[in-house]
Each structure stands twice: as C-alpha cells, then as structure tokens.
Design a protein around this ligand. Structure first.
Ligand code: PMP
Length: 408
C-alpha cells in the first residue's frame, strides 16, 4: 500500500511553513528532500565508524570501507549493473558527464571526430563536450526536437557518419519531462558500433532504470535527486569501456604503483576515484536507494504518473496556460515535470508570487538555454513532483496560479 501520509512523515521538512503558509515543495527536479533514514545513516556513520576508507588496517577504517563498498553493491543492484566494478562514485551527474567527455575524448577522439547530443540537453551534457571541442577540435552534432518537445530520433541515422564516436543523450528532459526513446537511440547507435552515454538525472528517481535492459554504455545520475545527499553521484560504465578509458583525475586511491619513472593505475572503478571519496555520502545514497526500493519503484512511478496526469488536467483550466513538451494525452511519454507559461506573465513574476503562497516552483531556463532558444522563449515555470507530493498540493498550485492570473 502506498500510504502517502505515512511517507510524508519520513520527510519532516515537508511539514514546515514558509511565510506562515504550509510548504508546497514542487521543485523536485532541482533536488529532492531527504527521508530520516538517510540522515540517520550518515549521522550514524560519523558517530560510530568514521575513518578514511581503503587504506587503513584498523577496525574503523575497515568498517567504513565495508559500508562504502556495500553502497556500491546497492547501486549495482539498483541499476542492475553486471558488476560493482561498473559503478564509479562521482560528485553527481555533472561530474559523471565531464568524466566521460574528458576521458572518452582523450582516449578515442581526434580532431574532426563527432559527438551527437540532443537539442533538449541540460547544459551539463553540452558544455563538457564543447570544452573538448575547443581543446581537441571535436565536433558537436545535435538531434533536433519537434514542436511537442520530442526528440526527432528519425534524424539520428542521417547525423551519424564514420567520424561519429559517441552519442550522449538525456533520458528524461529536466525542462519538459519528456521521456526520450533512449532504447531506440541505443539500438541505432550500436548498429553503427557507436557507444551511448545516458544522462539519467531525471529518470533514475522516477522509474526503474535497468542498464542491461537499456544496453547503455554509460549512465549518469545524482544522489540528491533521488532522496540522497548532495555531493554524491554515480557513473555506470560497461566494464569493457571503463577498462579502456584513460583516468580522469590523478591522486591517491586511483593508483597501483607510483614512481617518478612510471605510474600504473588501479582497475575500475578505483581508477576513476582519485582522492578520499565521499564515503559518508555513498552510505547515505545507499540508504536512499534502499528507501525507494522498499517503497517500490513501480509504485513510485504509478503515484507520480497519476499525480502528473491530475495536475495536467487541472492546469488545463487555467486561462492562457501554454505547456511545453506535455499536454493531456501525452502522459505516456512524459514524466513528473510540467513546464508552462501563462498568458504573458513573466515566469519570474509567477514564480515569485507563488513563493509568497508557500509554493516552491522553478522558473527560468532550467540550464537548457538551447531548448529555450528552440521554443523562442526566455524561460518557463516548472512544477516537478516527487514520491511524497499529493493531489492537495496540486490543487494549491492551481489555485495559486489562478490567484496570480486574477492579479494580472
Ligand atoms: N542533467 C539533467 C537532466 C539534470 O536535470 C541535472 C540537474 N538539474 C543535471 C544533469 C545536473 O545534475 P547535478 O547538478 O546534480 O550534477
């Protein structure tokens, strides 16, 4: 049973007020709130076994190392990787994407080689490749999006050339919530022998993502968007790729033997984890993944889908509302994010006035300026849902928007 009031008790912050109004937190695509079990796990580690991992002979270091490596196994299970060696801990999606862009370009791309991204990417899946374009002369190509915000996957085949070395696409748009057909993209790319990196920042928190089923070569996601702590994230990579990629950063942990003549590196995943890892963060992330697993990703997905459908239906009645990438009837290709504008009310004004009512939404370009350019708008208002949001909160959002519209 999905008992929403019981679930909300696990997130004490949800019962706080803002400006004397009950908080309605609808900015979950930016970051999610944390259940007590995550905070308890991290506090427990600091209180009982805090010690640096991987290098100590002493008891506490071994305990901390066990927790850290157990977290890796939890992530492995969560995304169904073949082996825990395929799970690299990073600071988040952004670092995972930078790692792949940097190491892949260094290892496998020469001037004139091409990477394909999409027009709906978050900046963190554009700028790291642009940095490589500046440094190595590689070329970015872009899968366009249609007026409904869907990737024009049919165009992918014609973008691929013998110089295409990798495709890097988002699984779910953080602006529109559109679910991209990554399975299809991966099949097309693999038919040409091209690996695919998937930005899972907005998919992993909302539905079951199975890396073996998808057959993606890399997957990135952030702990803080899936009810875990900030500053910890994951890069999944197929073992054969992680073995071949050059290291990203150098330092302790990632080496096998160092001398001034020659340094050899650890095997993955440690090869990509220079320095002291955020071992308390990994333990917190594991607690978060255990929490959502216990609720059931399928139950979370069903709850969020129903809520999104309800929100779209209710929002339709707001005069002058215009949706981006979603509308009633497109829910099957759509996740827990709704982006909209109302009449010619500036998104910032709408967001600020909703804030006064205790309703937290996101406004602006959502780190996807090329997509804003595609639609010819400066930004949108975005409401994004999580496992703990309720229909009553949707009603408050709709009522809040109506009040703002009436003011204008
Ligand atoms: N990709 C997408 C689709 C995102 O939504 C975000 C966060 N808004 C990121 C990447 C970057 O994630 P982080 O800031 O946690 O590294």
């Amino acid at each position: 049973m999905y008992n929403i009031s019981q679930i909300r008790e696990d997130f004490p912050i949800l019962s706080r007020t803002v400006y004397g109004k009950p908080l309605v937190y609808l900015d979950n695509a930016a970051t999610t709130q944390k259940p007590l079990c995550v905070l308890d796990a991290m506090r427990g580690e600091y209180l009982s076994v805090n010690a640096n991992v991987h290098r100590g002979v002493h008891w506490m270091s071994q305990q901390a190392t066990d927790l850290h490596e157990a977290a890796r196994e939890t992530v492995r299970r969560f995304v169904n990787a073949k082996s825990a060696a395929e799970v690299v801990f990073t600071r988040g999606t952004t670092e995972s994407l930078n790692l792949v862009a940097s190491s892949f370009a260094e290892g496998f791309m020469r001037e004139g080689d091409e990477v394909i991204v999409s027009a709906a990417e978050h900046h963190s899946n554009i700028v790291p490749w642009q940095l490589q374009a500046q440094r190595r002369g590689i070329v970015l190509k872009v899968i366009p999006v249609d007026d409904g915000g869907m990737l024009q996957t049919g165009r992918l085949e014609s973008l691929i050339t013998p110089r295409t070395k990798i495709v890097s696409v988002g699984h779910v748009s953080n602006v529109m919530g559109t679910i991209n057909p990554v399975r299809e993209i991966i099949s097309i790319a693999h038919a040409h022998g091209i690996p695919v990196m998937v930005d899972g920042a907005q998919s992993v928190p909302h539905f079951r993502v199975d890396v073996q089923e998808l057959d993606c070569d890399f997957l990135a996601f952030s702990g803080h968007k899936v009810y875990g702590p900030t500053g910890i994230g994951v890069l999944y990579g197929k073992e054969e790729w992680l073995d071949r990629l050059p290291p990203y950063q150098g330092g302790g942990e990632m080496i096998e033997r160092v001398s001034f003549e020659k340094t050899t590196f650890e095997r993955p995943p440690l090869k990509f984890e220079a320095g002291t890892p955020d071992y308390v963060g990994t333990h917190g992330l594991a607690a978060a993944l255990d929490y959502v697993s216990a609720l059931g990703m399928d139950n979370i997905e069903a709850h969020e889908q129903a809520l999104t459908r309800y929100a779209l239906e209710q929002l339709c009645s707001v005069p002058g509302i215009r949706f981006f990438g979603c509308s009633p009837g497109t829910e099957a290709r759509h996740d827990a994010v709704i982006s909209f504008l109302v009449g010619n009310i500036h998104p910032m004004d709408l967001g600020t006035l909703l804030d006064q009512l205790g309703i937290a939404v996101r406004t602006g370009h959502h780190c996807a300026q090329p997509l804003m350019d595609r639609f010819g708008i400066p930004g949108t208002v975005r409401a994004s849902f999580a496992l703990y949001n309720t229909k009553e909160e949707v009603d408050m959002l709709v009522e809040g928007i109506r009040r703002v519209v009436a003011m204008f």
